[in-house]
Design a protein around this ligand. Structure first.
Ligand SMILES: Cc1ncc(COP(=O)(O)O)c(C=O)c1O
Length: 498
């Protein structure tokens, strides 16, 4: 976070929350939607949650503005958000950064426009490619062979890609990756802009950067054109609520607003919008000290976990050695070190036996998130659980499954994702998919980074990786249950015209 340039007095306001409170106090007689009329029906939901949620769920077109065409309190709340983040303007999202990524790709790109991007993007970015029809030019990120974590693209690789593709319309940056690595975003933005390229940034995991002097550089500080922030992930608002930030006019406002309205429901939840208005005020006034507190807590967790046999917790130093320019210290990646469990199994064990929900488990690692809500007792609890797990599962000279996937990195892209999406369908057994062009995205979730996307050819490594994920019962998202079958392009019927 750079120097604050906004008016702190003004940031004390919560215009949307205030109007909402006022509306609820009026106890207005309803002949409108939502049809439960503030909970006047007896449902099981009512019994579980009590009357508050139903009572607060109002549409309230009068006095509470309209998310699709804001002119009142939503407009004011969005302006306060934009100022707090150093953006020209902001749009509230009620379908997460998934919606933000779709809007960015659709607003900035037309069919066959090129965009340079890392291959380890979230599935929503691939969906944005399908919808916009843009051509991705994937640039290989650095891969940590030890943990199998896909990190950032080096500045050199990114610059070379820009130089080799001068006709690209945009570049895409993840700030930070799911695991916390960031790149030299300012230098990349400056170089891309010098070549007239638009810079789009996925900050789904970096909303807190805007409110902490101990966090890496933000997209808006770096001068990027658009960025999506999942305030619900690390900023304390309700699930789904996110914010799209826009700087300058490289992507014309008309295109942003038009695209926003393409994706936005006409019945947004007032609870989500109010939670954004209130999280912004909370973060402006409490973010910095709270994030400093949780960074210290995360460091304490690293120290304590590193004393337990079977675990190696990593922090900023480790990631900087692995080509990260900087690192988000609210994330803690723990590598399994001679433990007779995979990260997938540990993820389940922690929930089922110890009632601890961690962010993610993969073959060789698991990930802990420290957010504005984290507490010291949470660290005590997980340290105790890991000590017990270590006693049971520590095994010297443990041999881990081999790293199939990294051997030939990502599969080759041979069709535009949108072309593959619309091509004629053939269904084949996964084991027979070699060299076929995928029509679908397949991934483990979390993290939601696709193993294969529409338009890529199945390689043996991809097939082996998916068979391995099935065997260990990882949570796989694909078009066909259990990935026994996959959808591929019927190449005989391939029609290259759109
Ligand atoms: C890197 C990245 N981008 C975007 C998203 C989507 O964010 P949301 O869950 O707010 O839709 C995620 C979700 O996990 C993500 O990991």
């Amino acid at each position: 976070m750079g120097m604050r340039k906004y008016d702190l007095e003004e940031q004390k306001k919560t215009p949307y929350l205030d109007a909402y409170k006022k509306y609820l106090a009026l106890k207005t007689t309803a002949f409108d939607v939502p049809g439960h009329h503030q909970g006047k029906i007896r449902t099981d939901f009512n019994k579980v949650f009590g009357p508050t949620i139903y009572r607060s769920d109002v549409n309230a077109p009068r006095g509470m503005d309209n998310l699709c065409h804001p002119t009142g309190v939503i407009k004011e709340a969005q302006e306060l958000f934009a100022k707090a983040c150093g953006a020209t303007y902001a749009k509230f999202l009620i379908n997460g950064s998934s919606e933000g990524n779709l809007i960015m790709l659709m607003a900035a790109l037309k069919a066959k426009d090129k965009i340079l991007m890392p291959r380890n993007v979230h599935k929503s970015v691939i969906n944005g490619l399908v919808l916009s029809g843009a051509i991705p030019i994937f640039v290989m990120p650095e891969i940590d062979n030890n943990t199998e974590i896909v990190n950032q693209i080096s500045y050199k690789a990114r610059k070379d890609a820009i130089d080799k593709n001068p006709d690209a319309k945009a570049i895409f940056i993840i700030n930070p990756t799911y695991y916390g690595a960031t790149c030299n975003i300012k230098k990349i933005v400056d170089y891309a802009h010098s070549k007239n390229m638009i810079v789009l940034v996925d900050e789904a995991h970096g909303s807190h950067f805007y409110f902490s002097s101990h966090s890496p550089v933000t997209a808006m500080e770096a001068g990027a054109d658009m960025s999506t922030l999942s305030i619900h992930k690390t900023g304390g608002s309700l699930t789904q609520s996110s914010v799209l930030l826009i700087k300058g006019n490289r992507v014309p406002r008309y295109d942003v607003v038009k695209t926003f309205n393409l994706f936005t429901t006409t019945s947004p939840s007032s609870l989500l919008i109010a939670s954004l208005d209130s999280a912004r005020k909370y973060l402006v006034f409490n973010g910095s000290k709270n994030i400093y507190r949780i960074i210290k807590l995360a460091k304490e967790a690293i120290e304590r976990i590193n004393k337990i046999k079977g675990f190696k917790a990593h922090g900023k130093d480790y990631f900087k050695l692995n080509e990260a320019y900087d690192y988000d210290e609210t994330k803690v990646v723990v590598e399994l070190d001679n433990l007779s469990l995979t990260g997938f199994e540990l993820y389940k064990l922690l929930k089922d036996k110890y009632n601890i929900q961690i962010e993610l488990g993969e073959t060789y690692i698991f990930l802990l998130l420290f957010t504005v809500g984290s507490k010291k007792e949470d660290v005590d609890k997980i340290v105790l659980a890991l000590e017990k797990i270590s006693k049971k599962y520590y095994k010297e000279n443990m041999v881990y499954p081999s790293h199939h996937y990294l051997n030939d990195s990502f599969p080759p892209l041979v069709l535009r994702p949108r072309e593959a999406y619309h091509a004629s369908l053939k269904v084949v057994k996964l084991k027979n998919a070699l060299n076929k062009i995928s029509k679908e995205m397949i991934m483990t979730y979390p993290p939601g980074i696709p193993v294969i996307i529409p338009g890529e050819r199945f390689t043996q490594n991809v097939i082996d990786e998916l068979i391995y994920f099935k065997k260990i019962k990882a949570n796989i998202l694909s078009d066909f249950e259990g990935v026994n079958e996959v959808s591929v392009v019927d190449e005989k019927l391939l029609n290259k015209k759109e």
